[in-house]
Each structure stands twice: as structure tokens, then as C-alpha cells.
Design a binder for this molecule. Sequence first.
Ligand SMILES: [Zn+2]
Length: 315
Amino acid sequence: MARLPLSIHPIPGETAMSLASRLAEVNHVPMREFLRDMGIGINSLIAGEGAAVSQLAELSGVPVAELRRGTPRTSDGQVWFAGNCFPAARVGGRKVRGCLDCLKGQPGLRGIWPLPFVTICPEHNRPLVTLWTIQDKLDRHDVTRRLPDLDLAPEGRPEPRDPSKFDLWWLDRLEGNTAFDHWLDQFDLHASAQFCLELGRAAIATTVPKWRALRDDEQWWPADVGFRLCTGGEEALRVALADLQHLMGRPEEGPRKIFGGLHDLLAADLCPKELRPFQSILRQHILKTWPLAPGDEVLGEPVLRRESISLSALA
Ligand SMILES: [Zn+2]
């Protein structure tokens, strides 16, 4: 397929749909019409299918490897990005998020923005915001049509913040790097982040009253708290769990009351295999520290014998 006479500069990390929107604009046709005329299937391109992405790369003159790198690939209810897998329900959706500073400089949507737990742009230290909310799958990616309605004035942007330790680790892994050498690197990436989030929430609940919901600009905080508690590996994590337990309530209160969402995440009847290493750590901890008896259940499994030892022996 020949390259179009009016091609465009690549934007690092841009998705194929965003590139298609820009390409349609310089060729003065609506995006839907453009894709139809070029014989590129809309759903194939939205799903990031190899053939559709290659076709677009060839038309635009953008290197295909670069375009694939920025385009999440959806298949069988899962999304793949930089070798990592996420449940499709956790990626993208009607709310399209992005960094307003990036868009001011380079008007394209980055593939990293719709991924779960991505809350900040490390280049501008700017929290991501919801850019627009659109039901139609094609329209929501049509960045050149949406951008004129977006307020890109500096005063309309959220306050910058430094990326947290969790943010830096997470973004590093999404870039395909493992410079951090963290205990969590041995586990599934998304499962690790889920664990950090719920562990952090449980820890925060010891200091922030339950009625006080976290503000939008505090949403990054729990995952970072959990991440820091995991930094020392499994042994330090067991101590952290014991500390939490001391702070959270009386021993006669059940594990669910103490660990809240963390308990629910790991107690799910069909706990995904990616979360099982964390399930096993919490189960061992509960078995050792709660006054349980045969007949009780811990995270969906029956207790076979009494194992409980005192918390103070662990701390
Ligand atoms: Zn940015």
C-alpha cells in the first residue's frame, strides 16, 4: 500500500486510532470515511490487530514497531501492552484520560493512558484527567475532532505532583523496563498492583476515618502505601500485616473486618491464579495469627488444624 501524499510526524507512544484520526484530518476526510476508504476495519484497528496496525503504519510512514508499541492489543477479554496482560474491563472505556500538557505539545492519545493504575504523566509530573466521555468506540478515539473543545489553558490543569515510588515502578514496567528490581517483579504485574492498592487501603483505613472518602487528587496514594509495605519482601510484609492487625481492631473481629477489600480481593471464590501468591501469604498469616479452629474457613479454604500463635511473637 502506498504512503499517503499527506503523511504526519509520529508521536512517541501514540495509539493507532489516534494516528488514524490525525491522518484523516490532514487528508480532509472524517475518520470513519477515511478508514473505510483505506480498507482498514474499524474494529480491527480499535483492537490493535496486527494487520490493521501495519496497514496504517505503511500509509502514514510511521514505523510499524513504533505504532505497535503504543497500541494496546485487545483479544479474548484481555488487553496486552508491553508484554503485560490486563483484564479488558479495566482498560479504556467511555472515559478517555490523558495529560493536558502532552496534548498541548503533541496532539495525540498515548496507549499508556487508558491502562489501569496510570494516574500521572512522568514527563510533566501532571496527574491525568478525563478528557472526554463518549460512548461510541470510534468517536472516543477521534482526537482531532475532540481537541478543539478541550480547555488546554494552564490554569485549567490539575496541580502537578511528584510521581510516587509506585508510579515510577509501574510506569517503568509498562515501558518494558525492570530497573527497579523490586520483590513484586516476580509476580504478575496487574495482580501486584491490585494487591498494593488493597493493602494500602487497609493500611490507610487505620489512620483515615472510613467516612472520609479519598479526594480525586489522593487516589494515587493507597497503591503507593501498599507498594512501600512490599518493598522488604515477604518477611517484611508479614510483619506489616501483623502491625496492621494490631491497629485495625480486636482479635475477635474476623479477618474480613480487619483487612476489608484486601480480604475480598483474595477470598473471591475463583481467585485468579495471578493473585494466588498473595492469597497464600495472607492465608498463612491469618492461620498463624487468628484464633481459628477446624471447621472455620480462611479465604475460601477450610481450616484443618489449629495453628494460631500470638501476634506479638511475629511483630
Ligand atoms: Zn504529559
